[in-house]
Design a binder for this molecule. Structure first.
Ligand code: DHB
Ligand code: FE
Length: 311
């Protein structure tokens, strides 16, 4: 059976892609950002997932503002890099996994999450920059990637709770796929940033760090956060963080934080990154629930005996 072995989260910023594409990664400003992902690239090279499932947002590249699906699942065999205004990025074409993606579509839609199925889709910096940060710049991406595009561009985006529950449904789908695939979930976007208006340049490190803490230990604290709170605390584009909750929803309750990195700024954005190991043993709830009725029955029997003695 397929298994989700880890979840990672990473900001995406178009200027990070431009720094890579224009050979500027060694400049002090960018070195600080890329240095934080050296450990992650080693972890990725050691982990060697069979498939990446990447939750990201399209920035009016594939969909324009005329058609905006809330959740769009990439079921195609290939996803070429999108032209974001200065030509497509010189990165490899993203190869999909149509069989697993179709299985996920079927399972998740029959679980009542109405996904848009995309059999043709171009992918922008929202997806390709995190791939670079985690895999470097290989000639081919080392494994297939299934993209899930989430609308966080035009109001109303999905709630954090909806995203978390969708993550759960995706995990159920992946873990019912018969092939032994090791899957890593990517949640992309965030952290605090606002790229226009009077608050442009807003960064809130306190909010971001608390978000990272809760993401690992107590995601329940995040799932009911309203959009307005994201926007007030983390800037208008900070609402991209709901996508991290799809990733977290796909993981077990208990995860191990393997690595974290946070730096400010990259372009307008606070860059946050975390790696969560999803293979730690869970406390079994099955035993508890199996035991409870037995204990109840024993207590009831004892009460009955006492009543008999009394009468
Ligand atoms: C920036 C960040 C983003 O997430 C994005 O999609 C576009 C621009 C920025 O920091 O400039
Ligand atoms: Fe973005």
């Amino acid at each position: 059976m397929a298994k989700i072995i880890a979840g990672i989260a990473s900001s995406h910023v178009p200027a990070i892609g431009a720094a890579i594409d224009n050979g500027r990664t060694e400049e002090p400003y960018w070195k600080r950002v890329f240095a934080g992902f050296e450990r992650s690239k080693r972890w990725m090279a050691e982990t060697r997932p069979d498939v990446v499932f990447a939750i990201y947002n399209d920035h009016a590249s594939a969909f324009s503002v005329e058609v905006i699906p809330t959740f769009a699942l990439g079921c195609a065999a290939e996803f070429p890099p999108a032209d974001e205004g200065w030509g497509p990025r010189p990165v490899p074409v993203v190869k999909g996994h149509p069989e697993l993606a179709s299985h996920i579509a079927q399972s998740v839609i029959l679980d009542e999450f109405d996904l848009t199925i995309c059999n043709k889709m171009e992918v922008d910096h929202g997806l390709t920059v995190p791939l670079n940060l985690m895999f470097g710049s290989p000639r081919e991406w080392p494994c297939p990637v299934i993209p899930l595009a989430v609308n966080v561009v035009q109001f109303p985006p999905p709630t954090g709770h909806r995203c978390f529950m969708l993550g759960r449904a995706i995990a159920k789908a992946i873990e019912s796929y018969p092939e032994d695939l090791r899957v890593v979930m990517f949640g992309t976007g965030g952290m605090s940033h606002q790229i226009s208006g009077p608050r442009a340049g807003l960064i809130n490190s306190k909010f971001d760090k608390a978000f990272l803490d809760n993401l690992t230990k107590d995601p329940d604290k995040l799932v009911h956060m309203p959009h307005l709170e994201y926007m007030r605390e983390a800037g208008a584009e900070g609402v991209e963080l709901v996508m991290w909750l799809v990733m977290r929803g796909a993981l077990h309750r208990k995860v191990k934080e393997v690595y974290r990195f946070y730096t400010v700024p990259a372009s307008n954005t606070a860059v946050g990154h975390i790696i969560l190991d999803n293979t730690v043993p869970q406390r079994s709830t099955a035993r508890k629930t199996a035991k409870r009725p037995v204990a109840k029955v024993k207590r009831a029997a004892a009460r009955a005996r006492i009543d008999r003695v009394r009468s």
